[in-house]
Design a protein around this ligand. Structure first.
Ligand code: MG
Length: 305
């Protein structure tokens, strides 16, 4: 299997021709939610059906169980202080890992109703926490516990860091899933995996222009559609390219929406994140395994010290 499929010359500049895809570990049921913790030089990720968090240590390549049970975590990210923020299917909440080792709830409900099962999360530079809330963690007992949705819909929310209030900012998606901001935070990207529940829902990433207030979103617009499986989680590099999951590969999209290249992966890809001291190592969670590959680009938001 070739390590790359170059569809556009722009992609050739983003890869390192002799850098190979590495399978770092295997043994999960469904790997998701990777987050790189620079202070520890480790990567944490979720093995949702096994209700555990796994840890890959960059220094020696070891993998161990970070926490189990953990409450069926899915997506993770870091806040500006370097604390891990989690989406919990089991607790149906957004939580933060504080320095004392305790996960503390940040968001549990919307308008008095319990959240469905937060799936993916991103922190904006103003400290606000944006997350998606589809039903995958309450649809059955594989990735959480069955429950009827109290909200009766799946929205994208913004948690205000000052007031602690949770507001619905995107209401027009079927099952919003991965999300990320453009490097200048003028665009919010949201993946919709709603075809799992509503036939013919486009397997797509949509863009929402962020208003001058940093809060209000314009109407969603189609950015890209996926012809193999779903866009689940994705990340944005410093030049604004989108690196997304799909059934057969990591797909790279230019900011104009053009599919510029693919990195074939031998398992279903769920999510990616940038790691390494220079954030130029793409970590890839895919079904039973953790993969990585070095790129000639790095994460948005990171600048050399
Ligand atoms: Mg997801």
């Amino acid at each position: 299997m070739s390590d790359y499929e170059i569809l556009d010359e722009r992609f050739a500049k983003l890869i390192i021709g002799h850098a190979r895809l590495e399978r770092l570990w295997t043994g999960s049921r469904w790997a998701e939610g990777p987050v790189y913790v620079p202070a520890a030089r480790h990567l944490l990720w979720s093995d949702i059906p096994n209700d555990r968090l796994l840890r890959y240590v960059e220094d020696d390549g070891s993998v161990s169980v970070f926490q189990t049970p953990c409450g069926f975590h899915n997506g993770h990210t870091l806040d500006a202080q370097g604390r891990v923020i989690a989406c919990e299917h089991g607790g149906r909440r957004i939580s933060r890992l504080d320095p004392d080792g305790v996960w503390r709830a940040l968001a549990t409900q919307f308008e008095g109703k319990r959240l469905n099962s937060p799936n993916d999360v991103v922190v904006k530079s103003d400290g606000s926490i944006w997350f998606t809330d589809p039903t995958y963690g309450i649809d059955g007992y594989y990735e959480g516990a069955f429950a009827e949705s109290e909200i009766g819909a799946a929205f994208v929310y913004r948690l205000d860091p000052e007031t602690g209030e949770t507001t619905a900012v995107v209401r027009d998606r079927v099952r919003p899933n991965g999300l990320a901001f453009s490097p200048d935070e003028t665009i919010l990207y949201v993946a919709d995996t709603g075809e799992t529940h509503v036939k013919d829902t486009p397997r797509a990433i949509h863009t929402y222009a962020v208003g001058a207030d940093g809060v209000t979103l314009a109407e969603g617009r189609l950015f890209a559609t996926c012809d193999k499986g779903f866009f689940d989680g994705f990340r944005v590099d410093w030049r604004g390219n989108i690196w997304s999951s799909s059934a057969d590969s990591v797909r790279a999209y230019a900011p104009d929406g053009t599919l510029i290249g693919r990195i074939p992966i031998p398992e279903l890809v769920s999510n990616v994140c940038f790691g390494g001291p220079r954030r130029n190592r793409l970590y890839i969670t895919a079904q039973t395994s953790l993969y990585s590959i070095y790129l000639n680009t790095h994460a948005a938001g990171w600048t050399p010290a």
